[in-house]
Each structure stands twice: as structure tokens, then as C-alpha cells.
Write a protein that binds this ligand. Sequence first.
Ligand code: UDP
Length: 522
Amino acid sequence: EDATAATLAPPPPPPPPHFVIVPMVAQGHTIPMVDLSRLLASRGARVSLVTTPVNAARLRGVAAQAARAKLALDIVELPFPTDIAGLPPGIENVDQITDHNHFVPLFAALRKLAVPLEAYLRSLPPPRRPSCLISDWCNGWTAAVSARLGIPRLFFHGPPCFYSLCDLNALDHGLHEQTAAAADDTEKFVVPGMPVHVEVTKATAPGFLNSPGWEAQWAECVDAMRAADGAVVNTFLDLEAQFLACYEAALGKPVWALGPFCLANKGDAEATASRGNAPDVARQSAVTAWLDTMGTDDSVVLVSFGSLVRRLPKQLFEVGHGLENSGVPFVWVVKEQEAASPEVEEWLAALEARVAGRGLLVRGWAPQLAVLSHRAVGGFVTHCGWNSLLEAIAHGVPVATWPHFADQFLNERLVVDVLGVGVPVGVAEAPVMIFGDESAPVVAREDVARAVAALMGDGEEAGERRRKAKEYGEKAHRAMEKGGSSYESLTQLIESFRQSAGGEKKAKDGTVHAWSALKEQK
Ligand code: UDP
């Protein structure tokens, strides 16, 4: 009888898959991958997030919070290469760079992480052998490592599918060459192969890392994209259905839409406070308490420009005057480097005194997600980094768009023209360098005030944007709940790699399904 019972007993479930996550060392890339790691771990997967010492130190709050929540999420620290020509010691993140000449050496240093990454992966004992590597699109160097070890690899690309599809179509149809050769900066080009009409100029054309001097890195990343087993994106079906479908078709491999990742932190103050830099629960509580005093729902505008953009004083002052003149309650995030001079600090202090009770200045790193999820906040003036835009959308907050570089101009087109949740600040279509350009056109205080008034106003258009934003916010929450498209896609992702746990390279036999398979099931 015992023998029969033993024969009939179901086999033990295969061990949970182990995802090894390799983010790019920039806040706008690491934050979503930390959120993704939390999502995977909260659904039972084992996750190891690989980074370098300076970045690992910033993630201590994440590690501690994950340990308290009993998640199988480890931070793995690889030694940072020494003696990189042209890179001062200590620089391990894009946001530490103050000289444009340090970008290429930083990327050169990161490529050298291939050796310790491979050693780490080889050292893992069988129960922890990696089932899948998920590395940032910009970490093209991981492709050779995963190929040598036979580990499946997905790339994570930070922008929306709308942007990634534009970029892929530009690549496949030679648009990059055409825009680069354009003599006239205002000449318009239609992005080929898009399901909607999209125009770009030389300055707003898609492209990550494809500037002069970056040819080798860019080619490596494009090759890594082509060789990957699939892609993971921070978006959701109801937001980008047609672009997701076209992107998956153009890429010719599964695309897993698992977002908005930021909702992985929903309702967890410790998790939101540990996003990005060192955890700062006290600062988050102080900002939230200030917002609590603002009373009316949707009355406050958040003004912040991501983790990298640094403004020159002349532009900073125009933003400040614009906010003051708008009469709208605001939270304005000013970076430490922007407020570094006594002149600027004095000016900011005077402004603070004039707008006391109506405007809050946050110096340095702000608890952006906590602000956007506060009911008092009803608008966001943003540089159009995709994380910021999606965090706004996920919380039903319409935006005023002020793009600066990379994918931000096309992200603006998506939220303004396609989704109808954005109003442009109306900047000239010229990329503004990350650190502020003396020659860049300054956006005047009147334009800032006008954009804030349009965003926060009572008119029909403002109301329509607000309504649409709330609708997408509800859909975003539904996508992440049990039965929702992102939730179910994540289940499929985990299950398909559970089958291949053990590190064998998965055959392309249809067991890896992305969102399209999910759609067929419905
Ligand atoms: N962020 C934050 N506090 C800040 C500045 C940025 O929490 O003071 C977060 C923001 O919520 C987002 C990320 O940093 O998750 C910025 O990413 P995004 O794609 O918007 O822009 P980037 O920094 O890459 O330009």
C-alpha cells in the first residue's frame, strides 16, 4: 500500500526559478529593476540583483526591507574595475558624473564586469543556478556571458513600447542615418512602420547611446538585443496594446509587459522611501505631512526633472518665478548640485519665504512616488523620463511635458498625442544637455506659469486630461492585480522559467509565452 501511495504521490514542484538581474547604473534604470525584483520575489521567485559597491551601498535599504518582508532578494556586489583610463575613482553611477568626458570611461569600466559576473554565475550551486538573466538594454556586455554559460537572457528596456518600436523601426529602415545627415535641424522625418503618424527631427529622433563616439557600445547593445531570448518592459496592455503588439512582432521575440513596476511598492511606506538613494522615511513623512495640510484633492503640482537633469541658475530662476506667479500650490524638487552656490541658495530661501504655506521646496532626492500617490497632488511638470511618466499615469496624475534628451521627446508624443494625458510646456525641440547648456534656449517664467495653469485649470481640456489620467490609473492598478494582464504575464514568466530551472538554455519551443500568448488564452 505504501508503495502505491509513493507511486501516486505527485512529484515535488520544481524549485522556484532564480532570476539574476543586472541593472544599468543610473537611477532611472536601477529603480524599475529594483521594483521588478520585488515583484518577482513577492511571487515566490529567487532574485539576485547584481551591482557594484557604490550602488550596492545605496541599495542597503532595499535589501533590509526585502529581508523584513522575507523576500528571497539578495544584492550581489561585484568589484568595480580599477585603473580605468579617464575615470576618477569612486564614480560608479551616471548621476555622479560632472564631466561629459567621464561617460565613455564609465561604460568601459562596466564592460569589465563581465569577468566577475561570469565567476559569480559559475559559483552558484545547483539549487541556485540561474534560470534567467534579465539585464538592461544598455548592458550589452552581458550577452556574451549568458551565451558562454547557456543561460537564457531577457533584456529590460526602460522606455515605453511606443518609443522602443520607433527606435527599432528607425534601425530597420535606416532612419538613424537620415536624421544624422540632416543639414536642417527643423527638417521633419516620419518614423516608418508605426501604427500612428509620428514625426521627428534630428534632435528628437529615437536613439539610446547612438551618438558620435559611442559606435562600439551602441553596436554591442543592438547585437545583444537581437540575440536575446525576449524583452521585459515597464508598461501595461491597456496603455500600449497596439505598440506592444507591433513591438513584439518587429522584435520577433516575446515581450513581457509587467508594469507599472512602481505599483510593486503600493501601500508600503518603507519600500517607497528606499527607492533610489539611501532610505529616508523621515523625509518622506515630512513631505507627506505637508501635503496632508493642503486639503483639496488634486490641487498641488509636483515639479521635478528626474535623477540626471541639472539646471543652470538662469533656468532655475525662471522655473521658480513661474511657479510663484502661477498661484498654484506646488512641490518643487531642486537638486543639491543646482543649489550649490550661495547666490542660488539665497534666492531659493527668499522664494521659500514668499510662498510659505503654498509652495514646498525639496532639496536633493525627493520621495517622488509618495508625492505622486498623495491625493492632494493633481499634476506633474516632468522631463518625461518614462519612470516619472508611468508613475504619474499609475496614480491618475496628468502631466505638463518638458523633454530634455534620449527617449523623452518621443515619450512626450505618446502622452500628449496618443494617450491625451499631457500638455506640452512648449520647449524648442533641441536637446538640453544633462548638465545644462549655456547655449540652450531658456524657458521663460511666463511659459512655465502658462503650462502650470493649463495643467491645473478648470477648463474642458484640463478636465479631459484629468479624466483620462484617472482612467489609466485605474487600469494600471487592475493590470497589477490578480487576473490583470501584467500580473498574469508575470505568472507566465515565472512558470516558464521554473520549467527550465537548472540553467539549461531553453529551446524556443513555445514554452516561453509573453503577452501575446496571454491574449490568445483570453
Ligand atoms: N526620483 C525620485 N526622487 C527624485 C528624483 C527622481 O524618487 O528626487 C525617481 C523617480 O521617481 C523615477 C526615477 O527616479 O523613478 C527617475 O527616472 P526617470 O525615468 O523619470 O528619469 P531619469 O532620472 O532617468 O532621467
